[in-house]
Design a protein around this ligand. Structure first.
Ligand code: SF4
Length: 231
């Protein structure tokens, strides 16, 4: 581990304590002040909540979109609408080295035969390459998303990608999240209105069953619950 990485890790550990009870606005203000141009906000384009919060701290913030090539048309449309709504941001489309067509020609439908490998090639590797250009990233992970996310802190060290990870809306309940969308008129992916509560790639996203958590529709029927980005 380099000295710079050790310093960042220590910073994350200290901030994890100091910002444990910070509001989303406070966490993002700290992120902007601490990292300047060296942080990026991840957006899955299910909605623009995190982008809306982030531009209040840094209007020209970088926004990361994992362009896997397997998204719903509505998700790509939401990305484009976010770009128009927040013209000062810069959207960084992180793509896999192979196109979908080339990957399927070489390996077949990996999203059915080996989704972990597919996510690795189309999400984990592009994310890692993009994050190598930054000291921190901001995510929209919330504790209520799924049992695997129940202990998500506001600030943490991201061991996989070697940078600081900030989760400003980690404590938000579904009601608080919905209230922010409604009171600020936030853009949402039209699929949310159709019952998709956690939107990923089209082949791996279904509507959750009644009473199940929002992410239960992701890789439905498989043991897989995370892409390898957060857990
Ligand atoms: Fe591939 Fe599905 Fe993972 Fe998208 S979510 S990268 S289609 S396995």
């Amino acid at each position: 581990m380099t000295t710079a990485t050790k310093d960042l890790k220590r910073l994350a550990e200290e901030a994890s304590v100091e910002l444990a009870d910070a509001t989303a606005a406070e966490a993002l203000a700290w992120t902007a002040e601490t990292f300047g141009d060296r942080f990026i906000v991840a957006a899955n384009m299910q909605d623009a909540v995190l982008v809306d919060l982030a531009v209040r701290a840094k209007p020209n913030v970088d926004v990361l979109f994992l362009e896997t090539g397997y998204h719903f048309a509505e998700t790509i449309g939401t990305r484009d609408a976010v770009e128009v709504t927040y013209p000062s941001i810069r959207i960084v489309n992180a793509e896999a080295e192979q196109s979908v067509a080339d990957q399927e020609a070489e390996f077949g439908p990996l999203n059915r035969t080996d989704p972990t490998r597919c996510c690795f090639l189309r999400k984990v590797v592009p994310l890692r390459k993009t994050l190598a250009n930054y000291d921190a990233w901001v995510t929209g992970v919330r504790r209520v998303d799924a049992p695997t996310r129940a202990n998500t802190p506001t600030v943490q060290w991201d061991d996989r990608n070697n940078l600081v990870k900030v989760n400003p809306i980690a404590p938000w309940t579904d009601e608080e999240f919905r209230a922010y969308i409604d009171s600020h008129g936030i853009l949402e992916n039209p699929l949310v209105g159709e019952g998709y509560l956690s939107i990923g790639c089209a082949p791996c996203t279904a509507k959750p069953l009644p009473g199940e958590d929002a992410r239960s529709g992701r890789w439905a029927g498989l043991a897989k619950t995370e892409c390898g980005l957060h857990g």
